[in-house]
Design a protein around this ligand. Structure first.
Ligand code: COA
Length: 260
């Protein structure tokens, strides 16, 4: 698959997606969003890719937002559909069924912050900056930012970022729970891959079901969420990985998961 706006590499069950428009700070244009959707659909059904890393080309930006040039073409009739389409691409990430790690290598603004939010885990380089500056353009976040940011860092912090449009640095993002880890820029790739390898070393049935259960946290009430958790726990118990994992512990050896 050849892309104009993305680079995709897969190695040792880790797929790396790089948004590749460095001269525009990787701003997401229509082409990038449509290529991302096609690639994600392919990854979803590719058994060779178990964990995905999402990053941006160059050292300056992860993604500096939706392409503002394309935003200028929107009006009251077309804006909603534009947001719905962007949301549907980011929903593909959240519901990929495989963990997606954002390796945030610089500016993650507007749609770039929302892209990182749609990923399951976020590792940030020390120079990364996060923000939802849409109000500076007279608009609001439209790719899930009002919902996912508030769910991740709380309503107060989310409102502060969304109402002021201010950027926060990586350490502040870590402090408020927006990112999982902050590392020197030179170590971003290796730290993200180490996290991916750690996840890969577990039974992938359990990983996928854990993702599914936690993803439902904000979709359901506690009673239904616990019911779902118990059902997925039961599914794990029927797997070969479960037999192997528990036996390996008792036999004081490393488990050898077959993902079955
Ligand atoms: N959409 C389209 N183009 C963008 C862009 C975006 N979201 N963000 C950056 N670019 C382009 C710039 O227009 C510029 O293109 P040019 O060289 O053809 O003029 C290029 O990327 C480099 O950006 P520039 O602004 O010159 O870099 P900077 O270091 O001075 O500033 C930012 C960096 C991130 C602070 C600044 O680019 C910015 O504020 N971007 C917009 C962020 C935003 O509002 N995102 C939300 C959109 S909803």
């Amino acid at each position: 698959m050849n892309f104009e706006t993305l680079i995709f590499e897969a190695k040792n069950h880790i797929g790396t997606i790089t948004i590749n428009r460095p001269d525009k700070l990787n701003a997401l244009n229509l082409k990038a969003k449509s290529e991302l959707a096609s690639l994600l659909e392919r990854i979803k059904s590719d058994p060779d890719v178990e964990v995905v890393i999402m990053t941006g080309a160059g050292e300056k930006a992860f993604v500096a937002g939706t392409d503002i040039k394309e935003l200028t073409m929107l009006n009251g009739d077309t804006g909603k559909d534009f947001a719905v389409k962007g949301q549907s691409v980011f929903n593909l990430i959240e519901n990929l069924g495989k963990p997606v790690i954002a390796a945030v290598n610089g500016y993650a603004l507007g749609g770039g912050c929302e892209l990182a939010l749609a990923c399951h885990l976020r590792v940030a380089a020390e120079h990364a900056k996060f923000g939802q500056p849409e109000v500076n353009l007279g608009v609001i976040p439209g790719y899930g930012g009002t919902q996912r940011l508030a769910r991740l860092v709380g309503k107060g912090r989310a409102l502060e970022m969304i109402l002021t449009g201010d950027q926060i640095d990586a350490q502040e993002a870590f402090r408020i729970g927006l990112v999982n880890k902050v590392v020197p820029a030179a170590e971003l790739r290796s730290a993200s891959e180490a996290l991916a390898r750690k996840i890969l070393s577990k039974g992938q049935i359990a990983i996928r079901l854990a993702l599914k259960a936690v993803n439902m946290t904000h979709e359901t009430n506690l009673t239904d969420g616990l019911e779902l958790e118990a059902s997925l726990f039961g599914l794990c118990c029927g797997s070969e990985d479960f037999k192997e994992g528990t036996a390996a512990f008792l036999e004081k050896r490393k488990p050898s998961f077959k993902n079955k």
